[in-house]
Design a protein. Structure first.
Length: 306
């Protein structure tokens, strides 16, 4: 079924019941948590295949554990989030009273990212379901096996008018962006984010964009190198650096560069005592691998580190 057809079904369902109560929202979140747990092994295997190698422990720690915590947090705080609040009104409108109450928007579209294809697809869905919306997901085409595993998970746990998923390549993603959502969430690159926002603007769709950027690490003269560099390299090497907030360069006092490099080498050896083999995540695609190799070649040409 196309995104447009699913959107029409979800709009009709929302019109029939636009204000799900707290019990219904908690039940939806609980159903999602049960489905994720039931499909854990399939999700881990799919991510491993999409990356050409990603340790199960990383997928557990970086995607599944945060996702369960997010669901538990939403269920725990849902009643407070939904509570109606009295606010001060204008004396000119006396005896009218003013109230502040969050209401569902309608149908929310979510375009997931390839680097954390489980968390960054289902994570926004958790928030949208907690807010009482219908939700449609488009996983990244760069992680097709994970997308199929997510489709199996979602279709087995939810009717399509509540939570649905569409899979496919770039053209499907473009069509998805162009639908008249009540809100659209995208996680990815700045370049694609511009395209998503331009497509959404044609429908005046409000968007939430979580885009990659630069993440410099600044070490002061007073820095405790063993502690700070260990933390720095942990963040850098998780998921092979394929994280939007992974530090991409360090600014180090010139007199401490040699000590920084030595400490970084020790941190790598401590984190990966068997070397960067089976315990290290692979780069997700040939295109990304070529880009990284070009960066290394350019650095060597410019005599980096000499």
């Amino acid at each position: 079924m196309s995104a447009a057809d699913l959107l029409a079904r979800q709009r009709a369902d929302f019109a029939a019941g636009p204000r799900p109560d707290a019990a219904a929202r908690r039940a939806a979140l609980a159903a999602l948590a049960r489905a994720i747990r039931a499909h854990e092994a399939a999700l881990i295997a799919a991510v491993d295949q999409d990356f050409g190698g990603r340790p199960a422990a990383e997928t557990q720690a970086l995607e599944l554990v945060p996702l369960y915590a997010q669901i538990a947090h939403a269920r725990r705080h849902l009643a407070r989030w939904m509570r109606r609040r009295r606010v001060a009104g204008s004396p000119f409108l006396w005896p009218a009273r003013a109230l502040w109450e969050y209401q569902p928007l309608g149908v929310v579209g979510v375009i997931g990212a390839w680097n954390y294809p489980i968390l960054l697809t289902l994570g926004p869905a958790v928030e949208a379901l907690a807010a009482g919306n219908r939700v449609m997901l488009k996983p990244s085409e760069l992680a097709p096996r994970t997308a199929e595993a997510l489709a199996t998970l979602v279709s087995g746990a939810f009717p399509p008018e509540k939570l649905a998923i569409v899979t496919g390549g770039v053209e499907v993603a473009r069509d998805f962006s162009a639908q008249p959502w009540d809100h659209l969430v995208f996680t990815g690159s700045t370049r694609v984010g511009r395209e998503v926002m331009a497509a959404a603007a044609r429908n005046l769709t409000p968007v939430t964009l979580e885009l990659g950027g630069k993440s410099p690490a600044i070490l002061h003269d007073s820095a405790d190198l063993p502690r700070s560099v260990g933390r720095l390299m942990t963040g850098k090497l998780y998921n092979a650096g394929q994280t939007c907030v992974a530090p991409d360069y360090a600014l180090v006092p010139s007199g401490r560069i040699a000590a920084f490099e030595a400490e970084a080498a020790r941190a790598v050896a401590r984190l990966y005592p068997k070397g960067l083999g089976a315990d290290y995540t692979r780069i997700v695609s040939d295109g990304h691998l070529t880009r990284l190799r070009d960066l290394v070649a350019d650095a060597r040409t410019r005599r980096a580190g000499c």
